[in-house]
Design a protein around this ligand. Structure first.
Ligand code: CA
Length: 459
């Protein structure tokens, strides 16, 4: 009897193991430089917890996002599709009354895609995909829980959050001052924002540990405004530059939060059933927040590598090789591709994902490349970057002839090889044109089109 009981219990847990769907946690920083984490060589800001994701998993040295600024990059990540396909090619204006200012309902988000497989999804932090609550709130886009802010950035110190309702913020800069939204309810500020988000992330894991979950931890740090508390500032007595010091403190606060989430997963024995990805939404804007993208060329907003190649690491204990480095290009779009494949849900045929399931590539079972080509278009600036293999063409203005860089030996994009390799320029430019024909024009005006901007331009 006891034996029978034991066997059926074992069989039960074995079958649970076979059918259990993995959790996914995506930790996304905002405007973090390529070189500002230990796993990419940062020396002045210790990030032991973030680094442990790479140490216990895979560091992707050629990890890209779909766009070099926040909103479109996030629209790509959350749909697994290039945002240029559906007209999300600008940072949206903060318009609580405009349902068109954000992510179109014609596209499905990760939570919408995996909900049929029984996933519970939460987002903590920055949304930036639309401020019209009745249609664009995260919980109208598949998420079951939200704690955060709707706009593209936020003040970090509680005393600066002086606007109670998100709907009352009239523009993007106002939106930095709103109280946080807990689902649909405005709640008064509690503490330093990054710590507040980390608290919520830890609580989410505890609350949802018994069923498959998708958690998007969307820290607005270290995006401007540069604000940190003494707890973190005093960790950096040796950094003299005030901007860099505050930036370092902000990154350090994120690292603490990552450490707390990892401990929580360990505490509930969830490490082997949880994929954890860490990345930035775009490259660092060095001049604004003192971030560092070395050795990459360029900054946030650029089609150079520094604009859209980001710190990128993935851990899945027992499934991905510990401490490995993956050098083929991967994309933030692949996070959707991965979780959708593991959840076993079907993708609408007319809207295939651009992202793929990374697991077979990262564990070495599939030796080919997840992507032969990585694409970028910036509609308003007529700029393009297309990487095919290790060669990349860059176009900087309308009708401009492409320059060509070989990233295998020129990561800083210093030597234009267009004249030496005209055939490759032609080939890659053909790929660009073919891709470009699949895209549409932006469907809404961006932050740069605000009345203030137009007035300044006229002067
Ligand atoms: Ca950003």
């Amino acid at each position: 009897m006891i034996n029978f009981f034991y066997i059926s219990l074992t069989a039960l847990s074995f079958s649970w193991f076979l059918t259990a769907k993995p959790n996914m946690i995506v930790i996304m920083c905002d405007d973090l430089g390529y070189a500002d984490v230990g796993f990419n060589g940062c020396k002045d800001i210790p990030t032991p917890n973030i680094d442990s994701i790479a140490e216990n998993g895979v560091r992707c040295s050629n990890g890209y996002v779909a766009y070099p600024v926040c909103g479109p990059s996030r629209a790509g990540f959350i749909t697994g599709r290039y945002p240029q396909r559906f007209g999300f090619e600008r940072n949206p204006q903060y318009k609580p009354n405009d349902p068109g200012m954000g992510l179109t309902r014609d596209e499905k988000t990760i939570p919408e895609l995996i909900k049929p497989a029984g996933y519970h999804s939460g987002i903590i932090g920055k949304w930036h995909l639309g401020a019209h609550i009745p249609t664009s709130h995260p919980m109208k886009r598949g998420f079951d829980e939200f704690y955060g802010h709707l706009g593209g950035g936020h003040f970090y110190l509680p005393e600066k959050l002086t606007i109670q309702r998100s709907q009352d913020a009239k523009n993007e800069s106002d939106s930095y001052r709103t109280w946080l939204l807990k689902n649909y309810q405005s709640v008064p500020p509690r503490k330093y924002l990054t710590d507040d988000f980390s608290d919520e992330a830890v609580a989410f894991i505890e609350r949802n540990r018994d069923w498959p979950f998708f958690l998007f931890v969307s820290y607005n740090a270290p995006h401007t405004p540069l604000e940190a508390t003494n707890k973190y500032l005093k960790r950096f007595p040796e950094i003299k530059d005030a901007k860099r010091k505050t930036y370092a403190a902000m990154v350090s606060a994120v690292d603490d939060g990552v450490g707390r989430m990892l401990s929580e997963l360990k505490k509930f024995n969830l490490e082997e059933n949880t994929i954890i990805a860490f990345l930035s939404d775009n490259g660092g804007p060095s001049g604004k927040n003192a971030s560092n993208n070395e050795p990459l060329r360029g900054n946030k907003g650029d089609v150079w590598e520094g604009g859209f190649r980001v710190p990128f690491a993935i851990q899945w204990k027992g499934k991905l090789p510990k401490g490995s480095v993956y050098k083929n290009p991967v994309s933030s779009l692949d996070l959707a591709g991965t979780i959708v494949a593991l959840a076993g849900v079907a993708i609408p045929e007319e809207k295939p994902l651009d992202g793929v399931n990374l697991i077979p590539y990262l564990n070495g079972k599939n030796k080919s490349k997840p992507h032969e080509t990585i694409y970028l278009r910036q509609f308003d600036r007529n700029r393009y970057a297309v990487r095919n293999g290790n060669e990349k063409i860059v176009i900087l203005w309308k009708g401009g002839s492409p320059s060509l860089y070989d990233l295998s030996n020129d990561i800083a994009e210093e030597n234009d090889l267009a004249k030496e390799r005209p055939d490759r320029v032609r080939e890659i430019d053909e790929l660009r044109k073919k891709w470009n024909r699949q895209l549409r024009e932006p469907t809404f005006l961006g932050l740069i089109h605000s009345p203030g901007w137009a007035k300044r331009r006229r002067k």
